[in-house]
Design a protein around this ligand. Structure first.
Ligand code: MN
Length: 131
């Protein structure tokens, strides 16, 4: 963990909701976010994630695209259409790498897109830019 600078203290107060159904990915992301000083909220389905987003109003949501039931794109559309949650930054997390996917994902209202597998340094850098 880096020494506590004013910037790190700022990140410590930020709350990130992770919506991810894969247990291994969830653990990895939680570990990276916790060691960077973020508070982490977790949901394994889009439905539970939307509920948690409305209740806790996180600063940013990491949204897996492929989820059981409602997918991450539909969840993003709903959150971005709701005046209570539309200000929350949403970063899509996906293994999809086909040409056109980035555009398709950003068109739903996601603020950024991170492809799996996640590389820690790049990942945290992108979040810091958004927060
Ligand atoms: Mn998934």
């Amino acid at each position: 963990m880096p020494p506590a600078t004013p910037e790190n203290k700022m990140s410590a107060s930020k709350k990130i909701l992770v919506i991810e159904d894969n247990v291994t990915n969830m653990k990895l992301v939680q570990l990276m976010l916790n060691s960077a000083g973020y508070e982490v909220l977790k949901a394994e389905t889009a439905e539970a994630g939307i509920e948690l987003a409305r209740q806790r109003l996180p600063d940013l949501i990491l949204m897996d695209i492929q989820l059981p039931g409602m997918d991450g794109l539909e969840a993003t559309r709903l959150l971005k259409a709701d005046t209570g949650t539309q200000h929350i930054k949403i970063v899509a997390l996906t293994a999809l790498a086909m040409k056109g996917d980035r555009e398709r994902i950003l068109a739903t209202g996601c603020d950024d897109y991170i492809a799996k597998p996640i590389k820690s340094a790049e990942f945290l850098g992108r979040l810091q830019t958004l927060l």
